[in-house]
Every structure is written in C-alpha cells, then in structure tokens.
Design a protein. Sequence first.
Length: 125
Amino acid sequence: MQAIDNANLVGMCQNNCSIASFLPKVSYTFDSSAKTVAVQDGSTYGSGDGLKKVHVKVHDQFGNEKRDTITTTGAGGAKTIDVSTLNLSKPLNITATVITNKDFHADGSAFQIQAAGDLAGWDKK
C-alpha cells in the first residue's frame, strides 16, 4: 500500500516558477560626514511582477537600529536614513527584505559597510 503518491508534484513550483526571473538588488551609499545612509532598489522583476516594498534596517553593533521602507524602484524611490543616533564607533550593518507584487521575498545584507556597495547573500523564497 502506498500512503501518499506525490509523483505529480515533483518539479512543480509555486506561482509558475517565475521567481527565477526575480533578481534582488539593493545598493547603499554611506556618508559618514552627514551621518546618512542612502538606499535604493535596483532589482529585476519578472514579467507581470514588480516591487511591492523593501524593508530596510540599518543597525550598529550595539543593538540600535533605524528602519525605512522603499516603495518605488530606482533612484526615484531612494531613501536617505539618518543614522546620527546610531553608535558609529564601529562599522554599521544593513539588512533588507525585498517583497514583490507576487509576494516573492528576498533577504539580503551588508556587514561593516564602507562608503558604497550592494547588499549580498540574497535568500529568495
């Protein structure tokens, strides 16, 4: 007796497998003089999909954090986060979650940020 036959589910994926065409990208620029971090979404979205929002968290190594949300992709949606209340004696970290209109999620991060760069280590779901 076969309890469960899931042969028809092998190789099947949710939402027509279009997550493969979703390529998350969030870039940042840290201005240590102005004590700000500018972040913007530069992700690539599949056909019929787009940016719903990006949750961004900039945090120091002492447990303090600043949060913001991006709702427009590209330079027009860039957010500048004031980090003057964070402890800048050690480098800052950034984490972000990109959420698409089809509810795909991707988490990325950048640790000990420099003047500019991109978040990495994306975990798409």
